[in-house]
Design a protein around this ligand. Structure first.
Ligand code: PTJ
Length: 259
C-alpha cells in the first residue's frame, strides 16, 4: 500500500507522484504549473487561475462528465471540418499540456499560436521553445502582425496568417473579452474552461467544461476515431451538439455537490 503521507508537496519530478494517489491529477497539475512559473512560461497569475479551476474540478468529481465528452467529440468534428483551425496557447496551457496540444494539432492539422495576456518577448520565446521541445514544428504568435478589433490589451496581438485568419479557434483557460471579440469576428470558438459561468464558455459554439488535462487528449482521441468520417457525418455531430445543455448540465453538477 502506498503511504501517501510520504508524497511531498514539492516533488522534483512528476514521476514521483503516484498515479493511484486519490488526488493524482490535482497534484500533477499543481506541479506542472509550479514548474511553468519557474521556467518563465507561466505567469504568477496563472497559479490563481489554476486554483479556481481546481475548485470547480473538485465539485465536478474530477472526471469528464458525459456532456463534456459530447462537447469534446463536437470539438473534434469542428476541427476536422475547419479550413484554418488554430489552437491558442497561453502560459497555463503550455505548462499543463504542451505535448498534448502538439498531438491535437497534428491530428486535426491545426496551427499552434502563442497568445498571452501578460505578453513579454521572453515569455513568448520560452513558450515557443517549450512547445518545440514537445515536438512542435511551427509555432505562431511571435510576429503578431495583426490585431483583433475592439480589444485594447495584449491578447489582441495575433498573427495575420494565424488566429486572425482562422475559421475555428480553440481558446483554453481564459476568462475575458477576447472570446467575445473573436466571436464578433465570426470565428467558431471551442472553449475549454472548468467554470461554466465564465464569459468564454458562454460565448463559445462548443463549451468544454472539463480539466484541460483530460479534455485535450480526449478531443484528440475523438479526432483520430473520426479521421475517416465523411463531411456529412461530421456535420451531423456538429449540428446535434447542444451547447446550452452542456453548460446547464455542468452547472447543475457543480451546484448539486453530489460527488
Ligand atoms: O499566460 P497569460 O499571460 O496569457 O495569462 C493567463 C491567465 C491565467 C493569467 C489568464 O488566462 C487568466 O487570468 O485566466 P482566468 O481569468 O483566471 O481564467 C482562467 C479560467 O480557466 C478560469 O475560469 C478557471 O476556472 C479555468 N481553469 C483553470 N485551470 C483549468 C481551467 N479550466 C480547465 N482546466 C484547467 N486545468
Amino acid at each position: 500500500m502506498t503511504d501517501y503521507e510520504t508524497v511531498s508537496a514539492d516533488v522534483d519530478d512528476e514521476e514521483e507522484i503516484p498515479e493511484d494517489h486519490p488526488r493524482y491529477q490535482d497534484l500533477l497539475t499543481r506541479h506542472r504549473i509550479e514548474r511553468g512559473v519557474e521556467k518563465g512560461i507561466t505567469h504568477l497569475q496563472g497559479m490563481h487561475a489554476e486554483g479556481r479551476g481546481s475548485a470547480f474540478d473538485y465539485l465536478l468529481g474530477e472526471e469528464t462528465i458525459p456532456s463534456a465528452d459530447e462537447a469534446e467529440r463536437a470539438a473534434a468534428a469542428h476541427l476536422l471540418l475547419a479550413e484554418r483551425p488554430v489552437l491558442s496557447i497561453n502560459g497555463n496551457v503550455a505548462a499543463l499540456v504542451p505535448g498534448e496540444m502538439v498531438e491535437l494539432a497534428d491530428a486535426v492539422d491545426a496551427d499552434l499560436e502563442v497568445n498571452l495576456f501578460n505578453r513579454t518577448p521572453e515569455r513568448i520565446e520560452a513558450i515557443a521553445d517549450h512547445l518545440r521541445e514537445h515536438g512542435a514544428e511551427e509555432v505562431k504568435g511571435l510576429e503578431a502582425d495583426a490585431r483583433i478589433p475592439n480589444l485594447d490589451h495584449q491578447r489582441a496581438k495575433v498573427d495575420a496568417d494565424g488566429i486572425y485568419a482562422a475559421d475555428v479557434v480553440v481558446v483554453p483557460l481564459e476568462d475575458g473579452d477576447r472570446a467575445e471579440a473573436l466571436e464578433e469576428m465570426g470565428k467558431t470558438e471551442i472553449v475549454i474552461d472548468l467554470n461554466p459561468l465564465s464569459r468564454s464558455p458562454r460565448v463559445a459554439e462548443v463549451p468544454i467544461v472539463d480539466n484541460i488535462i483530460r479534455a485535450v487528449p480526449n478531443v484528440t482521441a475523438h479526432a483520430r476515431e473520426l479521421a475517416d468520417a465523411d463531411e456529412a457525418e461530421l456535420r451531423a455531430i456538429v449540428d446535434s451538439f447542444d451547447r446550452e445543455n452542456a453548460l446547464r448540465t455542468a452547472e447543475e453538477r457543480i451546484r448539486s455537490g453530489e460527488l
